[in-house]
Design a protein around this ligand. Sequence first.
Ligand code: HEM
Length: 413
Amino acid sequence: MTVAGIDLSATEFWGLPLAERAAAFAKLRAEPRTPFFAEPESPFSDPGRGYYALVKYADVVEASKHPAVFSSAKGATQIPDLPVEFNEYFGSMINMDDPKHARLRRIVSRAFSPRLIAKFEDDVRRTATTVVDDLLATGPCDFVANVAARLPLKIICDMMGIPDDQYDMVLANTNIILSGADPEFLSEDMDQAVLQVLGAGQALADLVTSLAADRAQAPREDLVSALVTANIDGEQLTSPELASFFILLVVAGNETTRNALSHALMLFTEYPDQRALLLADLENRLEDTVEEIVRYASPVLFMRRTLTQDYTMNGQDYREGDKVVLFYYSANRDETVFPDPERFDITRSPNPHVGFGGPGPHYCLGAHLARRELRVMLRELLARVPDITAGEPDRLLSSFINGIKHLPCDFSR
Ligand code: HEM
């Protein structure tokens, strides 16, 4: 593929084999200028004037560090500007700048306290054990449905106080919201697709509204209770803020860690030497392994920013109003920072990847939780099913999420 033949806005590009996609980003990184692309077609709005693709590590880090110049308020999770009603449902703090962002993050960070996270530690361990018990009882199966999807779903639902009988509904709706261009989840008829996405947001908003009403009367030890109860400074989320934060959290909590786990199994299948190395000292190598999985997989492929003023970065001029797309997937493969970047190396050190976002105010709120889930699940899985391997993945067609929809797995019993 030549540089001129690469189009990051073409749906087909995101369906290319992973190695071809990685090779295309390497070509873009080798270019002296920041590549510019026309916007992809969107069912939700008319295309704007295009965007710069930040494919180099230095650019992604600098843009993340300067949120006053590189704003999230016009939308971080998609390239086209969205109609207002979409931002209400799907925005929350990921699509905000300070001071609004800081206020929301302050309120929710308190609710996301170490005490609350610690409370779920046992839950994470117990769930991982049950998932592997069930896997061993079932035998070779779809790894995504039977393993990868289960832990993040249960943990985020438990944290929120969502009852078990709503799990399937939550997963179905988060799948729709982050379905990208994949026809398995979203209609190819654009009007229909818009209704599906709005409907999924509404279903989740209705769920939290009913939970919030209940918890306001009878608070429990869950996140919704913490968020509807005024805290020390009297700061509290309004109902619409709560609904959109809830949507962000269940979507981010479900659709990322799951894919990291599926990529992990693919990587251990492709790199048996790295599996053996990990198994030889599971306790001490797990932490670095999880970082390398997140670097290599980059489950969230990009976030967008919009310039609030003219700015020069690493020798290139940008103008106020320009859109830039921070391709974490490419930054995490930048050969000036990660030697031999296409090699999965659990001993990589240092490993300053940007899989959870660059340094700045929007750095992933769930990073600690995700790391913990990945460590506990991989420890349980690899200790008890050390020979588990992955077959051919059925990948999500999306430029935003590096998703695996289905993944056959095999192991001896
Ligand atoms: C491997 C798993 C995960 C990955 C790769 C990931 C990735 C990211 C990235 C790249 C961002 C940066 C957004 C930006 O700079 O605009 C982010 C933000 C965020 N993530 Fe995660 N995430 C993961 C797991 C989770 C989990 C488990 C949760 C919730 C329980 C979560 C909740 C959030 C929230 C709320 C934000 C927005 C923070 C803000 O705007 O201040 N994430 N995540």
